[in-house]
Design a protein around this ligand. Structure first.
Ligand code: SF4
Ligand code: SF4
Length: 189
C-alpha cells in the first residue's frame, strides 16, 4: 500500500521538530504543559505573550524523525503541515521532488553547522539559530581577524539558509523580512 505523505516524508525529515525550521512551538492554553514536561519535554514561559508557554526545540520527543509522544503532542504539532507536505497532498509536487527538497535542506543545514563548529564547541541541544548566536557571540570576544571573518560568513550563511527554508517549507517571504522562528497553527505559520 502506498504510504501517506506524512509517512513518506515526515518520517525522513523532522525539520519542523529538530530546531531547523523553528526555535520553539507555541503552546495553546488547552495544551497541558505539566503532562508535556512529565514526558520529558522542555517548556518555558513565552516572553511575548502573558501566561503563555513554549515548547523548546529541538524537541526532546523527536527520535529518528519520529514523535515519541505522538498521542500527547501539542495542538499546533497536530495541525502544522509545511508547504512541501501540503503540496504533495494536493498533488502539485511529486514525492521525489519533495524528498529532493528535504535532502537539499539537510545539505544546506550541514554546511551551516560546519561553519558553527569551525568557531568552537557546539551545544547540540540548542536550535540551529541559537548555536549560531552563541558562536557569533564567542567570536565577538575574539580579537583575531579570521575569527571575525568566519563569524560574518556564518551570519550570512544562516540568513541565506533561513530565507531558503522559509521559502521552501513555510511560505515565500520578501528578502528583507525576518524568517519565522516559532511553530504556530497553520493560519499563523
Ligand atoms: S518539515 Fe514538513 S515534511 Fe518535514 S517533518 Fe515537518 S511537516 Fe513533515
Ligand atoms: S511534540 Fe512531537 S510533533 Fe511536536 S515538536 Fe515534539 S517531536 Fe515534533
Amino acid at each position: 500500500m502506498k504510504p501517506s505523505p506524512t509517512d513518506d516524508l515526515c518520517t525522513r525529515c523532522g525539520l519542523c521538530c529538530d530546531g531547523s525550521l523553528f526555535a520553539d512551538v507555541e503552546l495553546a492554553r488547552r495544551d497541558n504543559s505539566a503532562v508535556l514536561e512529565s514526558l520529558g519535554l522542555e517548556i518555558e514561559e513565552d516572553g511575548e505573550r502573558a501566561n503563555a508557554e513554549l515548547l523548546v526545540q529541538p524537541c526532546a520527543a523527536l527520535r529518528n524523525c519520529r514523535c515519541t509522544i505522538y498521542a500527547h503532542r501539542p495542538g499546533c504539532c497536530r495541525t502544522f503541515e509545511c508547504q512541501v507536505l501540503q503540496a504533495v497532498r494536493r498533488g502539485t509536487l511529486s514525492s521525489a521532488a519533495a524528498h529532493a527538497t528535504i535532502a537539499e535542506a539537510f545539505t544546506r543545514i550541514d554546511a551551516v553547522r560546519t561553519r558553527v563548529r569551525q568557531l568552537g564547541p557546539v551545544e547540540e541541544q540548542l536550535s540551529l539559530r541559537d548555536q549560531c548566536t552563541d558562536a557569533v557571540a564567542r567570536a565577538d570576544e575574539d580579537s583575531r581577524p579570521q575569527i571575525k571573518t568566519s563569524a560574518d560568513q556564518l551570519e550570512s550563511a544562516l540568513a541565506d539558509l533561513e530565507h531558503w527554508l522559509h521559502s521552501e517549507f513555510l511560505r515565500p517571504i520578501k528578502s528583507s523580512a525576518p524568517a519565522a522562528r516559532r511553530k504556530r497553527t497553520p493560519s499563523e505559520a
